[in-house]
Design a protein around this ligand. Structure first.
Ligand code: BGC
Length: 736
């Protein structure tokens, strides 16, 4: 009897369960908008408001009552940051959070290879997913305006087209892991000095032609699910709640349906945050305002003050419906996506990817023989040298440390010295040569060593060596390549400018490896036969560098920014201090659209190493450019082909670059602008024909009076080259 009762009860329960409909918001077969509306219909006003703020340093609220999970975030953009305490900036003391560090984004941009960007996004996405993150805070695509910007290393260079092409695959592949990209810092965060309040003034043309395209591509082509507002102001309003940037451009013009997240502590006003496009407020301090309190996330601008304003009718309910819908959409795409993969962490494949991206991004700036008739110094021929001296603090310094929020705790970081020792064994001796203090956020720490004796020892050992490899540059300390401060000089710090020419005088077999995310002044450039730009290469730094110096990999990176001879040769530094760094209240972009090579070309100021420059251990010869037609109609296209041959004796890769100039226009335009590129691999003697397609869209400028993109009929010139200054073929056509 008892048994029968139990059986009939369970049958009844099973039928009841089967008949209880799954709420629509939990049903993944439903369209996402149906789920969003269903969830909203079940939520209280308090719950909707809660979705809009942080609950800890790196997480924001879910809806616990409905089983809608919290959002977990992590920096970004070069690896998954170590776990931070719930409510302070100290590390959480986890022992399972040492990640793979991928090369810094300047290096990625220097590959000029979207496949590398896809590889990057896939691998970092797997790491983020394994670490259970829903948002990765990156990639960054602010335009490189001045070499003094402390955060250029986190961005993709000075050209909007290159940055756009490179940012898209990173986002697409990252998000395949069910982890949202949070593209930063939107927009015009082009300096760290006074970043929290400097008010950027610029023309609409500079905004649309230079500073916005990479963000637009990130949103429209990359399909980014979130975007981070910048700290600075733009035309009087903080970028994190800025009507022009967030409402009118991002959400209306570009149709962005994702979430706008503040930079940490980037919100300053409830009313602006409510009306000007902000969705999630995160904070540097507990109360989002000034300093730490125990548990005061409820005091955030979008927390209690917002709720009260909604209850009193000061703010319309439609504002919170829209914000909560955006956050829910993000949660359904990430944390509540049951189909997302599991990810993986510090796998061999991730290190291999880091190494491959690193080797492909390293740029050979200069490579000459020391004496006539000799081969160029690189790649290193070990049979010629018994004693190889490695000099420089960056040969051993951990460069994944410092830099600010992009700092990484890594399982391993192969230093340049270690990479070279693995390759050349006991031929290698090391001496530090110069010293820099440890990285400390917001402070410069002096080294605690006798720098004169380091210097003397380096010269002594160099005199006795057959080859000297100097590994120097900047580092991740405050006022170098680091968040929250700009560089204070264009030249190299820590006495390197004195040491390098002296080393060259004592031993002309000198290879200089520059580790930096920024251009630097090189007064001694003529005295050094071989110079390599090695960026910040992450976990596999030493292996990637040794691959290139030793010749296992033929360098194929090209500069994503210009290296001016002197600072005032850069457009942002060609005017008064209001142009950079501003007067602490505002900064005016007086160089306008002439950023980077656009300035060098148009003003006829040659760069030391131009945008797009990068040598190879082989040589490439370019044939004639052939156009499919000499005229282009408004809705047509033309193709241009150019044969490129590997004329040297090693396999190599070349980045063939297409620039276009408008011969005559009603508004001033740069001499030429990058419109396409292709990276091709060629064996010795092999020839390939590169084909580019040009449409009227490639010829347009932004007409600020009409607020639209315009292509003016007339003659245009095509420049095909190995860099922005090394033009190998030219042709012209007419737009009808
Ligand atoms: C940085 C952001 C970073 C955030 C969280 C801010 O200081 O500007 O790029 O994602 O901190 O660490």
């Amino acid at each position: 009897m008892k048994k029968l009762f139990i059986l009939s009860f369970s049958l009844f329960a099973a039928v009841a369960v089967a008949q209880t409909p799954v709420p629509l918001y939990l049903d993944e077969s439903q369209p996402i908008e149906v789920r969003v509306q269903d969830a909203l219909s079940r939520m209280t006003l308090e719950e909707k408001v809660k979705l809009c703020t942080a609950q800890s340093k790196f997480s924001s609220h879910g809806v616990p009552r409905l089983g809608i999970p919290e959002i977990w975030m992590s920096d970004g953009p070069h690896g998954v940051r170590e776990e931070i305490q719930w409510d302070s900036w100290s590390n959480a003391g986890f022992t399972n959070d040492s990640c793979t560090a991928f090369p810094a984004l300047t290096c990625l941009a220097a590959t000029w290879n979207p496949e590398m960007s896809a590889l990057y996004g896939k691998n970092i996405g797997e790491e983020a997913r394994y670490r259970r993150k829903d948002i990765l805070l990156g990639p960054g695509c602010n335009i490189y305006r001045t070499p003094l910007n402390g955060r250029n290393f986190e961005y993709l260079g000075e050209d909007p087209y290159l940055a756009s092409v490179m940012v898209v695959p990173y986002i697409q592949e990252l998000q395949k892991n069910g982890v949202a990209a949070c593209v930063k810092h939107y927009a015009l965060n082009n300096q760290e000095k006074w970043r929290g309040h400097i008010d950027v003034q610029l023309s609409d043309r500079a905004l649309y032609e230079i500073y916005l395209p990479a963000f637009k591509a990130a949103v429209q082509e990359g399909g980014a699910w979130s975007i981070m507002g910048a700290y600075n102001k733009v035309r009087g309003e903080h970028a994190c709640h800025n009507d022009l940037l967030l409402n009118r451009i991002l959400k209306e013009e570009w149709g962005f349906d994702g979430c706008v997240v503040t930079d940490w502590g980037g919100a300053h006003d409830t009313r602006e945050a409510v009306f000007n496009g902000l969705d999630i407020e995160m904070g540097s301090y507990t109360n989002g305002l000034t300093s730490g309190r125990n548990f005061a996330y409820s005091d955030y601008f979008l927390a209690r003050p917002y709720l009260q304003g909604l209850q009193s009718g000061e703010y319309p309910l439609s504002t919170v419906e829209d914000k909560a819908a955006r956050v829910l959409r993000l949660i359904f795409r990430t944390a509540m996506n049951r189909n997302r993969p599991w990810g993986s962490f510090t796998s061999e494949a991730h290190y291999e990817a880091a190494r491959q991206i690193g080797t492909e991004g390293i740029v050979l700036l200069k490579n000459e023989p020391v004496k006539r008739q000799q081969p160029a110094l690189l790649p290193i021929d070990p049979s010629r040298y018994e004693k190889i001296l490695v000099v420089g603090d960056n040969a051993t310094r951990r460069l994944t440390e410092g830099g600010g929020s992009s700092e990484l705790k890594v399982k391993h970081e192969i230093s340049p010295l270690q990479g070279l020792v693995e390759l050349y064994g006991d031929k290698i001796t090391y001496t530090q040569g110069y010293a820099a203090g440890r990285p400390r956020y917001g402070k410069v720490e002096q080294p605690r060593v006798d720098t004169d004796s380091l210097y003397r020892k380096a010269l002594e050992l160099a005199a006795d060596a057959d080859l000297v490899i100097f590994v120097g540059g900047l580092n991740k300390n405050h006022e170098q390549d680091c968040e929250a401060g700009d560089r204070v000089q264009y030249s190299l710090p820590f006495g390197q400018d004195r040491l390098i020419p002296e080393l060259a005088a004592i031993n002309p077999n000198l290879v200089l490896v520059l580790v930096s995310g920024n251009a630097v002044e090189m007064k001694w450039v003529d005295e050094v036969p071989a110079i390599v730009q090695a960026w910040y290469l992450g976990s596999e730094a030493g292996h990637a560098l040794a691959d290139v110096l030793g010749g296992a990999v033929n360098p194929s990176g090209k500069l994503p920014m210009s290296f001016p001879v002197k600072l005032t040769d850069n457009g942002a530094h060609a005017f008064d201090a209001l142009c950079y760094p501003g007067d602490s209240i505002r900064v005016e972009y007086k160089e306008d659209i002439l950023v980077g090579y656009r300035w060098h070309d148009t003003k006829k100021i040659p760069a030391l190493f131009p945008f797009g420059h990068g040598l190879s251990y082989t040589t490439f010869s370019y044939g004639k450019a052939t156009l499919s037609s000499s005229s282009l109609t408004a809705d047509g296209s033309i193709t241009v082909t150019v044969p490129v041959r590997n004329s040297g004796d090693r396999p190599g890769k070349e980045v063939v670059q297409l620039y276009i100039g408008d011969n005559k226009s009603s508004l001033p335009r740069p001499k030429k602008e990058l419109k396409a590129f292709d990276k091709i691999a060629l064996n010795p003697g092999e020839e390939k024909t590169v084909t580019f397609t040009i449409t009227p869209d490639d010829l347009k400028y932004f007409d600020d009076a009409r607020h639209e993109w315009v292509a003016e009929p007339g003659k245009f010139t095509l420049y095909i080259g190995a860099s922005s200054a090394d033009i190998r073929a030219q042709a012209s056509f007419t737009l009808k």
